[in-house]
Write a protein that binds this ligand. Structure first.
Ligand SMILES: *[C@@H]1O[C@H](CO)[C@@H](O)[C@H](O)[C@H]1NC(C)=O
Ligand SMILES: *[C@@H]1O[C@H](CO)[C@@H](O)[C@H](O)[C@H]1NC(C)=O
Length: 163
């Protein structure tokens, strides 16, 4: 009987430890919190291109709410991927996106975005390797400021009205 009781006490403590471990793991999985400025920039992007987000952007939900579209770098706690292909976007590309200096991948292909390609995006050059804005309604010309995007291995702005 005493052995049985000791067994029950052991099971009880294993359960407690297991619960604590699960909480710690769950906490670290959702711990990616971006800066207030990054949340503002993402929110401005959603408004500028008329993305139909049901939930407002916060520093806590930005990296988990739109997993198909917004991916974060957990180490630097910043947004690294924006992928909004075929999302029926319109409007224009906001210049404030230039503040995503850790961006590696930007894809807004197959939408109805108008306006011009912002020369302000030149600071992306420090990190960006893929940019596509093909199949939209962009006008103007390719900003020479993009020439120092030296890490690029994919760039597509075809099927627009660029001169
Ligand atoms: C971007 O989204 C498209 C369409 O969902 C998908 O085919 C592509 O693999 C995505 N790219 C990345 C880097 O996630
Ligand atoms: C590219 O030039 C812009 C200024 O036009 C600068 O802000 C940015 O840091 C430069 N990027 C690289 C990778 O040199």
């Amino acid at each position: 009987m005493r052995g049985m009781r000791a067994f029950h006490v052991l099971i009880f403590f294993l359960c407690v430890i297991g619960t604590v471990v699960l909480h710690v793991l769950a906490g670290s999985a959702q711990a990616v919190v971006i800066s207030q400025d990054a949340a503002v920039v993402l929110s401005e992007f959603f408004v500028a291109v008329t993305f139909n987000n049901a939930t407002p952007v916060t520093v806590n939900n930005a990296c988990s709410e739109w997993p198909q579209h917004v991916v974060c770098n957990a180490l630097s706690q910043s947004i690294k991927t924006l992928n909004f292909t075929s999302q029926q976007l319109s409007g224009t590309l906001p210049t404030s996106l230039s503040r995503f200096t850790g961006l590696t991948y930007f894809n807004v292909a197959d939408n109805s975005i108008g306006g011009t390609l912002p020369p302000e995006y030149s600071p992306w050059g420090a990190s960006v390797y893929y940019v596509s804005a093909s199949i939209n309604a962009l006008t103007g010309s390719l900003p020479p400021e993009y020439h120092n995007w030296t890490l690029l291995n994919g760039f597509d702005v075809t099927s627009n009205q660029l001169s």
